[in-house]
Structure formats: C-alpha cells, structure tokens
Design a binder for this molecule. Structure first.
Ligand code: FAD
Length: 397
C-alpha cells in the first residue's frame, strides 16, 4: 500500500504499538493524546506471552524485561486458606512466563519505539469530534487524514461516530489499587490473590521497578462495587487498612505502606461492537472491546490488535479493505475473550453466593490436565483458531 496519512487517537498501549508498526511501513502517522506528557502514572499490568511476542516484534521486550518482574505462577487462596487457583506458566510451555510491569515503563518504551519508527506524537491534543476522517483537536483546530484509528480507551465517545452497532455498559464493580514499594515482600514471582466468596478479592502483583525510585514495587488490588466507592471515600483510611489486614494478615507490610492519596479507583466497562471498521476508520484496544478485568487480557489484546492490523495493512493495497480484513481476523479471538470474561465475572465480583462454586471448579480444573491446559492457554493469550474452541498450537511457543 502506498503511504497513507493516518491519525491515531490515543497514545495508550494500542495506539502506540500501532503507530510503531504503521510508521515502519512508511505511513505518515500522527498520534494524538490529551495528556500533557507521558508520566510515571498507572497501575501494574501483567503481560502475557501473547503480548510479549508483540513487544519482541517491536524491539521493546528486552527493556520491559529489565524493568519488570518475571511472573512464574498465579496463586489464589480462599478465606479457609485452601488454595483454589494454581496456574504455572511452565505447565503451558517450558519457557513461558508473565511479566509484571508498571504502566509507565510500557508507555515509555512504546512511545520511544513509535518515535524511532518515524511517528509523531502530539501530547496535549484532545480530539473532541470526528467527522469522516477529519478530527477536531482542542476545539479549535481541524485536521484531515486518509484514515483514522480510534484507540482512546474505555471511555471513548469518538467510536459513536462510527456507523457500527455497538453496546457500552459500565461494569458494576471496580477496583481500588495502589503501587507500594518494598524490598522485603517475599513473593517476587507470583501473582497472589485472596478471595472470600465472590464479594471480596485482593491481589498483589509484583510490578518490577518503580519508574521514579527504581525500587521493587507491587500493585495491590481490592475489588469493590462501584456503588460503594463514595462510602469508601468518606470513611477513615485506616479503617480500610485494618479491614485489609484482617482479610490478609501476611500482606500487612504492604498494606501499612499504602498512602491515602496514592490509592486510585479503576472502573471498567463492557464494550461490544458488531465489527470494528467503518470504511477508513477503525476502532482498536479498549475503545473497541473493553471488558471486565477477570482474565487480565486488556493490554495483551491491545498489543495483538496492533500486530494483526500491521499484517493486514502490509498485505493490502486499499486501507478500507485492510480495515475490513482486520475486523474479520480479530472477530473470533475478541468474541472468545469477551464471552469468557462475561461468564467469569459473577464468579469473582458479585454478591451472588457462588464463591464456593468458583473455588470448587478452580480446584477441580487445576487437577484435570485437559481443563488446566485450556485455562493456561486462555491465560497466556493463546489465539483461537478459525475452528471454534480450538487453540492454535504455536500460541505460547
Ligand atoms: C487498574 C488497572 C489494572 C489493569 N491490569 C491489567 C493487567 O494486569 N493486564 C492486562 O492485560 N490489562 C490490564 N488492565 C487493562 C489495560 O490497562 C487496558 O486494557 C489497556 O491499557 C488498553 O489500552 P488502550 O491503548 O486501548 O487504552 P488506554 O491505555 O486507556 O489509552 C487510551 C489513551 O487515549 C487517551 N485519550 C482518551 N480520550 C482522548 C481524546 N478524546 N483525545 C486524545 N486522547 C485521548 C488517554 O489519555 C489514553 O492515553 C488494567 C486496567 C486498569 C485500570
């Protein structure tokens, strides 16, 4: 395809990875983001083998590995202290592992790769409306492109401009999270979770090196219904810390280091679109397929979106056709993860009395080799092949 002028709205994982790929193909790529600059903000993310493959392709994996924590297993224990989840990456493939990474490191490496490939990133540029391929930027500037890629995350309103049947629903649960530094926390290579029924869940993800201090850091997550968030804010912070320490006494060294002004609220949404392209406009990442966080795949799917788009662009000489082919190629994988996450959600975040069912099924599935293999493949981000329910054999190689 000859060089196209392409606007990408959003310098998150999806937008920056896509910018790298398309700039390498000699397209004239401009990324717009509302933030003034990339800063040391954000939570820890768990990069699966699927996402790592894309980062390797972009030349960013080595730096991410140096700044991240290697994760060998996910381990979940219920309030009776019975281990109900135990997934080891090496059971999927001898050399497979996850990487816990601070979002700031990932954004910085992806932005550097995009710029090195020739993309332009414009920070402080809020895109307020989209008409065909013309953007309105900061409410006074208009700029037209050959193609527009919408990658501005879960709260995107710009995707409404596409003529695509779509459904967006805020998810009734969210999570409080904090980044805590610690030299002593002993669990440096496992994502740990604690559950009480489906209502209470806490997690600790080793998150590599803190982007400011360079010390080892950890992401703490506490699940909460969105409707309880205002009540949580009005209560004394130490009361919540006491609640967490009762819930998970061994995590006390991390819990007591949390500062009230460094605990953030994350809300989620389900976004389902019938397809992701509308002529020369395409929607990717969370803006296209945000889902509940149960499967921890958002960032990995965003990276895969970029890689698939790169491959269809390379093989096509018409951008509209390339975008249509992208929708076709992504449908099965995205539908699979959206459906799986919707089914799993009430088992992890709900007021239903289903915690025992989740614990029992997790326990049993950890001991049934075939079910365990499927769980591992889903975790690793194995892509679903054209045959429904089947997984590609090379997915964690
Ligand atoms: C607390 C938390 C923990 C998570 N943990 C994990 C995990 O462990 N593993 C995992 O795979 N996923 C995780 N996720 C999900 C993951 O972060 C997202 O799926 C992923 O970041 C999606 O990337 P994106 O590029 O689509 O969107 P984003 O990263 O949200 O980027 C969107 C960008 O668009 C910009 N923008 C928005 N509106 C405009 C506008 N109008 N004009 C210009 N710019 C705009 C924003 O400033 C932002 O930079 C987590 C999410 C949260 C909140």
């Amino acid at each position: 395809m000859h060089a196209q002028r392409i606007a990408i709205i959003g310098a998150g994982t999806a937008g920056l990875a896509t910018a790298s790929y398309l700039a390498k193909q000699q397209h004239d790529v401009t990324v717009f983001d509302q933030i003034p600059r990339q800063g040391p903000v954000g939570a820890g993310l768990l990069l699966q083998p699927s996402g790592q493959r894309v980062l390797a392709d972009l030349g960013a994996l080595d730096a991410i590995q140096q700044q991240g924590s290697r994760i060998d297993a996910l381990h979940g224990v219920n309030h009776w202290r019975i281990p109900v989840l135990h997934l080891r990456y090496r059971d999927a493939a001898a050399d497979a592992f996850g990487i816990g990474i601070h979002r700031a490191h990932l954004a910085r490496e992806l932005a550097a790769a995009a710029v090195a490939a020739g993309a332009t990133i414009r920070y402080g540029a809020t895109v307020s409306t989209l008409s065909d391929c013309t953007l309105e930027i900061n409410e006074h500037q208009r700029q037209s492109f050959d193609a527009v890629i919408i990658a501005n995350g879960t709260r995107s309103l710009l995707s409404n401009a596409l003529r695509i049947p779509q459904r967006k629903a805020p998810y009734p649960w969210g999570a409080l999270w904090a980044i805590v530094e610690s030299e002593e926390w002993p669990e440096r290579q496992r994502l740990l979770q604690r559950y009480r029924g489906a209502r209470h869940m806490m997690g600790v993800l080793p998150t590599g090196l803190h982007p400011v201090t360079g010390r080892p850091c950890y992401s703490l997550f506490w699940s909460l219904p969105s409707s309880d968030y205002m009540r949580w804010r009005s209560e004394p912070f130490h009361r919540w810390q006491d609640q967490l320490q009762d819930f998970w006494p061994e995590a006390k060294p991390l819990i007591e280091r949390m500062q009230a002004d460094q605990v953030y609220w994350a809300s989620y949404a389900d976004i389902v679109m019938k397809r992701w392209h509308d002529q020369n406009r395409l929607c990717i990442g969370d803006a296209a397929h945000a889902m509940s966080p149960q499967l921890g795949q958002g960032v990995n799917l965003a990276l895969q979106d970029a890689q698939v788009l790169s491959s269809v662009m390379q093989r096509s000489d018409n951008i509209g056709q390339a975008f249509a082919e992208y929708s076709r190629q992504r449908r099965r994988t995205l539908n699979f993860y959206q459906t799986a996450s919707r089914w799993m959600t009430p088992l992890y975040q709900s007021t239903w009395p289903v915690g025992w069912l989740r614990d029992l099924s997790s326990l049993v599935s950890c001991h049934l080799p075939m079910v365990k293999t499927i769980n591992l493949r889903v975790l690793c981000g194995g892509k679903v092949t054209e045959k429904a329910g089947a997984f590609s054999p090379e997915m964690v190689s």
